[in-house]
Ligand binder design. Sequence first.
Ligand code: MN
Length: 245
Amino acid sequence: MALDDYRKKRDFSKTPEPDGSAPTRKRKAGAGLFFSVQKHLASHLHYDLRLEWNGVLLSWAVPKGPSIDPADKRLAMQTEDHPYDYGTFEGVIPEGYGAGIVMLWDRGTWTPESPDVDAALRKGDLKFTLDGYKLKGSWVLVRTRGFGGGTRPSWLLIKHRDEWAGPIDITEFAPLSVKTPDADFVDILAADNPAVWTTNPPAKTGDTGKLFQRIIAQAVAMKEDRAPKETTTPRTSAKRSKKSG
Ligand code: MN
């Protein structure tokens, strides 16, 4: 079954991700196919492109994120199909596969330009139009030979030249959530349990390690600021009394 890999990788007693048991969505005639991009800070920052097809979400991990500049060819590693209801997931995966923070970075509908989608996927050349908040217009996913190598086929995600293309870094220009207004990773973690990784963050070294350190510290501070006075006051006074005593 299409979602076996998805389920195998996850322990649903430990992750808030959908378990894939929700019934397959019956699309209304004429309703668009769903697409989303989830910005995922895990062992490395990447963007997960998901296209609804045959009731599940075809998925690609794009390390640098989509680019609306047709000069850019963005590596997109195909990953396991995800359940349909994963597409709007946003939150914190505390441990295990994909541990980190997921932000719903874009969502909308997609329309195949290739007349036979299954044949296009087999051939490794899928042309499509996106209608999201951030990503629009014509795109192509082209499967590559030679790199990726293992079980994950590598593709390139490329923007076609049209009115929605331009020399703008869309990930820098529009970095925030489309689900929680103006939320960044700090807000998403602060709304959950920001102390979850104080001792054991999903990445410890390099730029990603530093990024986690900063996000965790900011989220903890944000949560403390928001907490009702009576829970923060004793903590502060305890610290003080320890010092003075
Ligand atoms: Mn991911």
